[in-house]
Design a protein around this ligand. Structure first.
Ligand code: ZN
Length: 316
């Protein structure tokens, strides 16, 4: 009976937090029986227990409801933050009938947020619904501006556990840099990328005006040689980046010849100074989605540009 009492408390608090009012007995009973059909046969004993728990909760304040729910069932708070269509649950995914491969890809440069919890839940729920693979991928390839915190990797995985969203696969991008270099080289060979030695401000001017810089027309051999120099240290940090050739007159300047790799000599918290050329997120993410066979990507609005940039990569 102790367990049942705890369940009642969780659902009652969730109901109270959701409506910012004393919990509704009918709603709590409904949720309890819906989630735990085995209790239906015991409705007669459960009902007074619900009343008892509700009476106790009514004596406490909304702040205390929130705090207590955070302590005993944080997943129910997260559930509240996910706006569901009435009775429909998650909207259907196109082409998901044969199973899906979906990933949640945080940069572990800070602790998980409510937004991360949402990403973990929604992606893993789709995998549960359609079958397939749920992947956690740490996009941790920026050792400076978005420097990863070594302890944060574990925090994300702990969150997955308590959200009942255990990943089928955990990938750490900084440990897979060796896989990205040959792809960059192939991209250069296909004429899809060039090494640009423009100082940032100079390239920005070109980008804003929509005109190519002097490096855009280098030969493939020149680019391969310069790429080698980026990797072996003959080019220093800030001296060159590898750019993906898109369209210098694209209406959105953010799409124009975006950078895929840059030189960073600050040691990475996980892999140290093993690499000096690091992929930027657009490249890393596009390549990994391809390597991992990701079928569906749920993107925040902030990453909408990313999709447009990455489409150029897939064309080569
Ligand atoms: Zn240039």
């Amino acid at each position: 009976m102790e367990d049942t009492r705890e369940l009642i408390e969780k659902y009652a608090l969730q109901n109270a937090v959701k409506y910012k009012a004393a919990p509704n007995a009918g709603a709590v009973m409904g949720k309890l029986m819906g989630e735990h059909p085995e209790l239906r046969a015991r409705a007669k004993e459960v009902s007074p227990l619900v009343k008892e728990v509700l009476a106790e909760i009514e004596k406490t304040s909304p702040e205390e409801w929130q705090k207590r729910l955070e302590a005993i069932a944080p997943e129910l708070i997260v559930e509240l933050s996910i706006k569901k269509e009435p009775d429909k649950g998650l909207p259907a995914l196109d082409g998901a009938e044969k199973g899906v491969v979906m990933r949640f890809a945080p940069n572990p440069n800070g602790p998980p947020t409510l937004g991360s919890a949402r990403g973990i839940i929604v992606n893993s729920e789709y995998v549960k619904k359609y079958g397939g693979k749920f992947i956690i991928r740490f996009d941790d390839t920026d050792p400076v501006k978005k420097r990863p915190m070594p302890e944060a990797y574990g925090w994300y995985l702990e969150d997955c556990n308590w959200l009942d969203a255990k990943p089928d696969l955990v990938i750490t991008a900084s440990e897979r840099i060796d896989r990205y270099y040959p792809i960059a080289e192939e991209l250069i060979r296909r004429g899809g990328a060039y090494v640009c030695a423009c100082p940032q401000a100079v390239f920005k001017e070109h980008k804003d005006k929509g005109i190519p810089c002097e490096h855009r027309d280098q030969s493939i051999d020149q680019n391969l040689e310069l790429w080698k120099q980026m990797l072996d240290g003959r080019l220093a940090e800030g001296q060159a980046v590898l750019r993906v050739k898109t369209d210098m007159s694209h209406k959105d300047p953010a799409i124009r010849d975006w950078p895929a790799f840059r030189i960073v000599t600050t040691p990475h918290p996980l892999v140290g100074d093993k690499y000096r050329v690091w992929p930027l997120l657009d490249f890393e993410s596009a390549v990994e989605d391809h390597l991992l066979g990701t079928t569906h990507i749920l993107r925040g609005k902030d990453l909408a540009d990313s999709g447009s940039r990455q489409r150029y990569l897939y064309q080569y």
